[in-house]
Design a binder for this molecule. Sequence first.
Ligand code: FES
Length: 108
Amino acid sequence: MSDWHPVGPEDELRDKGAAAVQIDGREVAVFWTDAGFRAVDDSCPHAGGPLSTGIACPDQGTVECLWHGWSFDLTTGECRTAPSDALVTHDVRTNSGQVEVRLRAEPA
Ligand code: FES
């Protein structure tokens, strides 16, 4: 069985810019950036704000949480506001016009 989960059509997700999806009961935010699709846990490490509704900056590959303004790199998960609170990132690929996500484990 494949670990890759289809989350939607590539052109639709690109037009939306950001979307919240659920994979195996886990909330995941998928973003379109200038460097391609990115997927992260849809829960801000600060206090659980939904990052899929945050302010995404596609050219910088970042998202800013709407709740208290923490900023994250969508590729590395690095938190630019509080470096010790990184975001869990997931693998993303496109396959026959579909965006697919492979979940990573929670950080230890
Ligand atoms: S919950 Fe995201 S910055 Fe506070």
